[in-house]
Design a protein around this ligand. Structure first.
Ligand SMILES: [Fe+2]
Length: 250
């Protein structure tokens, strides 16, 4: 099979959050499937977020679903049901105007920004279905925030830049109807070489965005823990005849 990625440097996908505009970020996403904004949160913001992480990861209530992890812990939040007064930092962060602008440009003008937010602590021994290189059956744009420093030892995100184009072509082809959760294995049969997979090692407060059509996986945690929050903006929540917005769950 054709190998569609070449060896690249992470710096190519990195932007200065103080200088980059939403068009720069959107162009980076379109070209590479990923855009990295190091030190996106300052120290004070990060401290608040870290405190709130510890509260929200154990939260129960309206619009909050904890999910079963044998090791580690995690919750899924429905953003529009989240009580702002209970979780002010999380609510504010995933509702920032620049995120609306990006979702509107990259996904669709009617996109439901960060309709779901996931808050997850991985510890040693946490394993998920996402440990194998894959694309998500349900295409989405993710805003992904590292709450602590992340290295290859504690589950750095891994990705093959540019590969989202291969999946987008499939979504617009006759093969599109085969992209379903029932046929999930398809999303793991990918043309890539291990040496093209990069590890996103970065300090706490780094925000990155990625299109889940890009091949990616979660590294495993062999030391310490990994604390992350991420917002999902789903393409298939958009009503549009372009096959990229096709429903993948029945
Ligand atoms: Fe994924």
């Amino acid at each position: 099979m054709e190998v569609i990625s070449k060896h690249r440097q992470q710096a190519e996908f990195t932007l200065d959050p103080k200088k980059a505009g939403t068009d720069d970020i959107v162009n980076m996403l379109r070209d590479n499937g990923v855009a990295i904004l190091p030190n996106f949160l300052n120290k004070a913001e990060l401290e608040l977020m870290d405190k709130e992480f510890e509260k929200v990861v154990k939260a129960k209530g309206r619009g909050i679903k904890s999910f079963p992890l044998e090791k580690g812990e995690g919750v899924g939040l429905t953003r529009n049901k989240l009580r702002v007064k209970d979780y002010p930092s999380t609510s504010e962060f995933f509702n920032r105007p620049f995120m609306h602008e990006i979702a509107s440009k990259y996904v669709h003008p009617t996109a439901n920004l960060n309709s779901k937010i996931y808050v997850v602590r991985d510890i040693i021994g946490t394993t998920t279905y996402a440990n194998d290189l894959h694309f998500d059956v349900q295409k989405c744009l993710k805003f992904f925030l590292y709450i602590n420093d992340v290295t290859a030892n504690n589950g750095a995100f891994e990705y093959a830049a540019g590969t989202h184009k291969w999946v987008e072509d499939m979504r617009r082809s006759d093969k599109a109807k085969e992209i379903t959760f029932e046929n999930r294995e398809l999303s793991r049969q990918l043309p890539y070489e291990e040496e093209h997979v990069m590890s996103l090692e970065a300090p706490a407060g780094t925000l990155f965005l990625f299109d889940t059509d890009m091949f990616h996986r979660t590294g495993t945690t062999s030391m310490g823990e990994r604390k992350i929050m991420r917002g999902h903006t789903y393409f298939d929540e958009v009503k549009d005849s372009d096959p990229i917005f096709r429903k993948t769950i029945r």
